[in-house]
Write a protein that binds this ligand. Sequence first.
Ligand SMILES: C[S@@+](CC[C@H](N)C(=O)[O-])C[C@H]1O[C@@H](n2cnc3c(N)ncnc32)[C@H](O)[C@@H]1O
Length: 235
Amino acid sequence: MDISSYKPYLSQETMMGPNSVRILAELFDKHPLQPAADDLILDLGCGTGLTSLVIAKETGAKVYANDLWISAEENGKRFAQWGVGKQITPICEDANHLHFEKKQFHALVSIDSYHYFAGREGFFQEKILPFMKDGGVVLIGIPGVKDAYTDRGEELLSDWLGEEAYMLKSPTHWEELIGSHDRIETVKTWEMDCFRKAWSEWFATNNVFACGDKQYFETIIEPYTCFVGIYVKLK
Ligand SMILES: C[S@@+](CC[C@H](N)C(=O)[O-])C[C@H]1O[C@@H](n2cnc3c(N)ncnc32)[C@H](O)[C@@H]1O
């Protein structure tokens, strides 16, 4: 996927962390989605909807853009400005209490957000699986610790992340947390390649949070962390 066409949409206002468009592009390159014309894709924890825009443009599918901190009204205005108001439906719900129809989504995408709400065994089976169609696909890209530091997130990252350090888990740990189910065919997790570029594009915004992260890049973020890619294929 060529991400250069999305550059005009990346700004201090729309970015909420390491370049989510780059992270999504790596997932799409590795595991392309092939939705039919009437298929629905859920962007879970979409933030300001940058990734929802990319999903809509790249797949042509209808997208439900769900987030908790950003209101549906705010995202709806942005989607209208971007000319995708008819293709993307903004929703504001907690991922723990979603109200979609059962077996509604061909695919679920979640960039830099799944770790906030899904880090426990059974979450995928209880909160995600019911809404996924048979044969569906889940693509997740989130910050985590490298496999070499599995279970050491709190110890190694708390100077940077404080009480949120526990949320960052290794690829191996995420594979265990997603777990198994008779509807799950495959679960793959890995350390993603886009780490350095996605972080440097975040630092280039000079956003106050980006400046805060930058202080810890050499001492904590780069040595101990990675982006975890997660691919789940359903039967
Ligand atoms: C760091 S931002 C990333 C946003 C966007 N995906 C991106 O990469 O730019 C994390 C997002 O996770 C969302 N989030 C956190 N907890 C959530 C929950 N319980 N349900 C739904 N979304 C949640 C927040 O609303 C926030 O927008």
